[in-house]
Design a protein around this ligand. Sequence first.
Ligand code: GLC
Length: 737
Amino acid sequence: MTSNDLQKLFEKLTLKEKICQLVQLSGEFHEDEIISVGPQTQLGITKKIVDNSGSVLNVIGAEKIRKIQSKYLENNKNKIPLLFMADIIYGYKTVFPIPLGLSSSWNPDLIYKAYKIIADESTSSGLHVTFSPVADLVKDPRWGRVMETLGEDSYLNSEFIKSMVTGLQGDLKDNSNIASCIKHFAAYGAPEGGREYNSVDMSERKLRQEYLPAYKAGVDNGCEMIMTSFNIVDGIPSTGNKWLMRDILRDEWGFEGVTIADYAAVQELIVHGIAKDEFEAAKLAIEANVDIDMKTSIYSNYLEKLVENGTIDEELINESCMRILKLKNKLGLFEDPYRGVNIEHEKNTLVSNENREIARIVASESIVLLKNEKNILPLTKNKDKICLLGPYIDNKNILGLWAFHADTKNTITIKEAIENKINKEFLNYEEGCDLLSDYSFLGKFGKMASFDTSNISKEDKLEKAINIAKDSDIVILALGEHTMQSGEGGSRTDLTIPDLQLELLNKIKKMNKKIILIIFSGRPLILKDIIDKVDGVIYAWFPGIEGGNAIADILFGDINPSAKITMSFPYNIGQIPVYYNHFNTGRPSMTSSVDARFTSRYLDAPNSPLFPFGYGLSYSTFEYSDLSLNKNILMSGEILEVSIEVKNISNIKGKEIVQLYIRDCVGSVVRPVKELKKFSKLEFNPKERKNITFQITEEDLKFYKKNMEFDSEEGDFEIFVGKNSEDCLTAKFYFKK
Ligand code: GLC
C-alpha cells in the first residue's frame, strides 16, 4: 500500500480501533470456544477487542495462521491484517545450537546463513516477526538466560547481532525474510545475584559502554522491533522508562520501528511499585513509547480514558498505531495477509537436508574442545572398544529451553551418530543414570521433561553401566544440566554437574578408564572438581538437532574443533562475576601467593577463571610469533597496522580464531585491562604459516570519557594478539590526537 493510502486508512480509524492495534493477544483468544470464559473475561477482553487487536503472540504454523487470519479479516471492518509474532530464537524446526554456543563459533558469516534458514522456515509457517536475537550482555552464569545470549563481550555481541538481524530480515521484501525483534532492552542480562527478574543497577557509563552497544547494533542494522526488559534501569522499569525508550532509543539512536513490552510487563509496572494502578501503568508505558502491550488488557482498558480525560495526548497513540501499520505495510500484509503461508513449502522446507547440513556445520563450529590430555582425541574408528554412558548419550532433548516449537524426534543423538560411524562390535551403551535424582524443583516443567521412562532402579542402572565399562578401553560419558535448569526462570546457585551424574563419573574414574566427557549445558558450569578426573572434555552446550552428528564428527576427527568460549568459565561459584575485561584496581594481584595479602585477591581461590574468554582447543597446534606494528605513534586519522605470524605446526588442517585486544593504559576514567577489538577466523593447512594484519584506527580507541562524551584520548596503549584473552603477545603504541 502506498504511504498515502496507509495515511487514508489510518485517518478512518476511530480512537478505539487505533488502540486495539496496540494490543497483542495470545492465540487462544482467537479460538471460538474460549472468548466467553476463562481469563479473557477477567481481563475484560471483549470480542470487539479481539476482532480489532493488532497482533498475535506465539502462534506459528501455516494452517493455523491461515485459519486465524481469514476469520479475523471476516470480522475486521477495516481489513487490517493481524501481525503474527513468536519466539523463534535459534531455530524453528531446524534447531541450531543455543546462542551462547553460536557465539563460540566466532563466525558471524556462518551464523548469518543459519538465521536465513530460521527466517525461511518461520515465514513458510506464516510468521511475520520473531522475538530474536537476544542482545543482552552477560557476566553471570547463575542467570539461566545466558543460554540465549552471545556472551560477555559487547563488540563480539554486536558483530553477531548484525549477522542475525540481517540474516533474518534481508530487505524484508522477500517472503522468506522475517522482521526481527531485538531484546531485552535494556541490560536484562545483569540481574543482581544472577537471579531471574532481579534488580539491575549500574552507572550510566557502564550501561552505555558495555550493555547498550549490542542493542544499538541491532538498530543500526535495521531491526524492525525492540522488546523492553522486565528490569529497572536507574530505578525505573524499562517498560515505563522514557529516558531509555524515548531519549536514547528514539531521539539519540533514531529508532523508528515498533517497540513491544515483554510479557505482561506493562502490568508489572504496578508490581514494581512505579505505577499505583493500571491507569497509571498505561500512562507510563505509552509515554515511554511502548507501542504494543503484550498479553494484558491495560492498553485496551485504559488508553481511551487517558485521552478523554486529557491525561495523555492522542498523538502518542497515533504514533504507536502508525508504526505498527507501517510494519504491516513493509511486510506487504495489506496486499497479502497470508504472506509466506505456504503449506507445501512448509512441508518441503522444514528440516530439509540442506538445512540439516548447515545445522551440522554450525554445531561443529560451536562445540568447544576444553581438554585433550595427551591428545586422546580424535579417536580412531574401529580400534578401541568404546563404552557410551550417561543420560545425554542417547537423548533427543538437547535443544535448549527456547526450542519449544521444535520436534525432538528430529534430533540425532550421540549414540545414533556414532553407530553411523563405527562398527557395532566396538560399541557398548548404557544410560547409567538419570539426569536428576529429583525433578520436583522444576515444578510442572519437571514432570514434562523427566526422561526417566524406565522403571530400572538407580542402583541397577549404575551396575549395568559399570559392567559394560569393565571391558571397554575408552568411556564416552555424556552428562550435563537438565534443559529446564537454564533458560527463562532457570537461575541457579549451584552450577556443578548434578550429583547423580557425578556418582556415575566417580565410579567410572575408579576403574581407571580413559574418559571423554561431553557436557550439555545452557551456561558455563563449575568444572574444577571434575576436570582432572577426565582425559578429554567437549563442551556441547545444547547443540541443536544435529548436535549428535557434530559431536561424533569431532570425536573421530572428521571435524577439527575450532570453537572458543565467549563467556568465562568460573573457577568456582564464589568468583562470579568473573570476566576478562575487568579493571586493574589500585592493588592488582599478580599472584595468588599468600604474601600478597594486601592485593585484590581471594584467600581461597585464584582470580583467574578456570577457562578464560576466547579459550578453546583444536587438534591442530598454532604458534604465534613476530607481533609487529607499522608505527609506534598513531595520529588521528591514520591507520595502525598490527601484524602477527601464526603457524600451524601440526599435520592436521584446522581453523584458528586470532584475537586482538587493546588496553588504554591511562584514561580520564579507568579502562579495562584489555578489550577485544578485532578477530579473524582462518583455516590453516598442515605446517601452513600465515601473516595476519589487523587495522586499528582512532575509532577503536573511543569510550565514554569522564564528561560522558564518546571520544578518544591521547596516551599510551597496549596491544595483545593471541589465541585467547590470557595467552597473547604484546606490543605498545602511543596515540596522538
Ligand atoms: C518471555 C520472555 C521474552 C519472550 C516473551 C514472549 O517472558 O522474556 O523473551 O519473547 O515472553 O514469549
